[in-house]
Write a protein that binds this ligand. Sequence first.
Ligand code: ADP
Length: 485
Amino acid sequence: MGLTVVIAASEAIPFAKTGGLADVAGSLPAALKHLGLKVIVFLPYYREVAEKGFDIQETGLQVPVNMGRRTVKADVLVGEHHVVPYYFLRRDEYFDRRYLYGTPEGDYFDNLERFTFFSRAVLEVIKARDLSPDVIHCNDWQTGLIPAYLKDIYRGESVFARTATVLTVHNIAYQGQFPANFYGVTGLGSYLFTPEGLEFWGNLNLLKSGIVFSDAITTVSRGYSREIQTPEFGYGLEGVLKKRKDVLSGILNGVDYTEWDPATDTHIPHNFNIEEMKGKSDCRKKLLKAFRVKAKAKTPVIGMITRLADQKGIDILSEAMPELMKLDLVMLVLGSGDRRYQELLLDLAGHYPDRLSVKIAFNSGLSHMVEAGSDMFLMPSRYEPCGLNQIYSLKYGTIPIVRATGGLDDTVKDVSEEGGNGFKFKEYSAAALVEKVSEAVEAFQDKKTWTALQRRGMAEDFSWSDAAKKYVEVYRSAQARLLKT
Ligand code: ADP
């Protein structure tokens, strides 16, 4: 019999997106369905979802959500993506806002309340609809309370009798930490607020809740699953993860090639494929126009699409910029996020108007253009749980230049190695970055080997089919473990 899986996520394409989690929550469900599972996805009903004009219907169902001192109502709506039902939980007080989690100045003050509401509402809908899922698949801190709820408040409810929880950590640096005096909002028993439970150095930590109480934990690459067990990458949770290492695994994110394939991509002006690459140079021309810069044919265009956050290496990039700008290259950056990085990049672009163009925006259509029209794609991340753009880049014949960390290290092989598909530097420094980019710029001049390199990457396959099978294995073993106890 096929498993029934509920996926709870705080973002998913095409509905709402800030980063890679949205790509996963918008494409893994369809791959699971393809394997015969029954899949239902839950998302908050953000303003962005309401405004984009999707075909989303009221279900008429409304569930009560206990928020500690008060009980509020969640309206349930339903839409569809890739033939999978997506349920939306609406409460405008929490989600009718411009951003998902916070403004460029910082997080929303009531994120604990917002995502406690979401997590409990998911469970209430499962109850109301008598869904009896085999697994609830939680993602990041926003849904980290769900495993704790199943071990506490909802324990003994027959609808959850066979329900295991799986937590995927997409980024361990974002933990959802809140002062202890707000613990009451969660409604959980105070006996769980200990260092063995949800407490983290005196604070409430929602990601820790998920790590401690879920039946299995995954993260989005094997490299990252090892890294987060060390002090350098664990952001304080390395000890907790080590304790649970027997149930921790790394599954590399897949790619939805119905979205990200230059042969069929509807966001780009000229399609191309491994045999017929002409469309790529036409895309390059249009891309340069869109960013208002010029480049000769022999000058490589280096693209970047990035959240502007500490992890993404903007500090070493800006330190490297004077040296990079001495090379024969043009750099195009599409980014959004922290105000200080916005200003830093715009300032640099002001210094090098002919060589560096920066667009501060979150623009999915343009991101496809950057993938298609660039010759190289730069990801100098300090850490990178999986990283999707380097994988998209491979498919678009856009050679990735990455720092060897997490999923970047797992997916990109330096050209100096057998089967190399990109350029990879080890040390997190401006000097190492400049050295690697120089090497790539030089290699670009040899068209024959460059084209061979492009074709090698374009032939690689990172589709979801294998990864989805691995998730099913995790689901089954999590449930078996639960039912044994
Ligand atoms: P992260 O989740 O840490 O942001 P990933 O590489 O896993 O990094 O995923 C990022 C996703 O978000 C990719 O699909 C990327 O194209 C997209 N993205 C990031 N910044 C932007 C932006 N400014 N405009 C459009 N898409 C963006």
